[in-house]
Design a protein around this ligand. Structure first.
Ligand code: 13P
Length: 253
């Protein structure tokens, strides 16, 4: 049993006070389950303070990005070792907002993925197609290109210490969730792509769905065989909304 991961990507939201309140609410209501792990990914400046509050709780800490470099003259960048140092266990790489707005290529995303592994972080690799690409029936082609960049650099074994998040760009922040069937089809495709190289790695890797997940649609998504949790944006900014999604995962286990 792979279990579920319910991860909150807070994006560029909040303040010191708001992140403390949010994380305290999550800790207070976190369901106790061996099979459902909760993760929060606050903005960089709040990581240390959130880490302090998380101490002793089962809720994990992650960051939203890292540099592909180890250290040195990269003004404004943040190394994976620094994230480990302040208590992160996970880091998101290749979010579509970074691919689109910061022009991160699949090659750079692959380098970041490897940099995360090198310092003991679990990368959450985001993949997903735009509406245009879906309408052109290119969903699988886009996912393959994004996934293959990482497979080429790091090999399939790397996915025994990694998570994948399928986030269709058209579903992010739009309220337009992929149907459970649409999501399951892509998740199956991703797992099958790994299966042909290494069946046991494919069986073990968690594949999260992201894109307008809420308490009301989480159960329908999570009850599919290849959907192992969610990467949540908007609904991760209120503890009650986030916890409702976590409860949906617990109810399925
Ligand atoms: P929303 O849940 O706000 O659609 O965002 C999803 C996302 O981008 C998580 O990384």
């Amino acid at each position: 049993m792979r279990g579920y991961l319910v991860a909150g990507n807070w994006k560029m939201n909040g303040s010191n006070a708001a992140s403390a309140e949010l994380v305290d609410g999550i800790i207070a209501g976190a369901p106790e389950s061996e099979l459902v792990e909760l993760l929060v990914c606050p903005p960089f400046p709040y990581l240390s303070a959130v880490a302090e509050r998380l101490r002793g709780s089962g809720v994990r800490l992650g960051a939203q990005n890292l540099s592909q470099h180890d250290s040195g003259a990269y003004t404004g960048e943040i190394a994976g070792s620094m994230l480990r140092d302040v208590g992160c266990e996970y880091v998101i790489v290749g979010h579509s907002e970074r691919r689109a707005l910061m022009r991160e290529s699949s090659r750079i995303v692959a380098q970041k993925f490897q940099a995360a592994l090198d310092c003991g972080l679990i990368p959450i690799l985001c993949v997903g197609e735009t509406l245009e690409q879906r309408e052109a029936a290119d969903t699988e082609g886009v996912i393959d290109e994004q996934l293959n960049a990482v497979l080429d650099l790091s090999g399939v074994e790397a996915f025994s210490n990694a998570v994948i998040a399928y986030e269709p760009v058209w579903a992010i922040g739009t309220g337009m969730t992929a149907t459970p069937g649409q999501a399951q089809d892509v998740h199956r495709h991703i797992r099958a792509s790994l299966e042909v190289i290494d069946a046991s790695v494919a069986e073990g890797v968690k594949i999260l769905y992201g894109g307008s997940v809420k308490g009301e649609n989480a159960a329908g998504l999570f009850s599919n065989p290849d959907i192992d949790g969610g990467l949540i944006g908007g609904a991760s900014l209120k503890s009650d909304d986030f916890l409702a999604i976590a409860e949906a995962a617990v109810a399925i286990c």
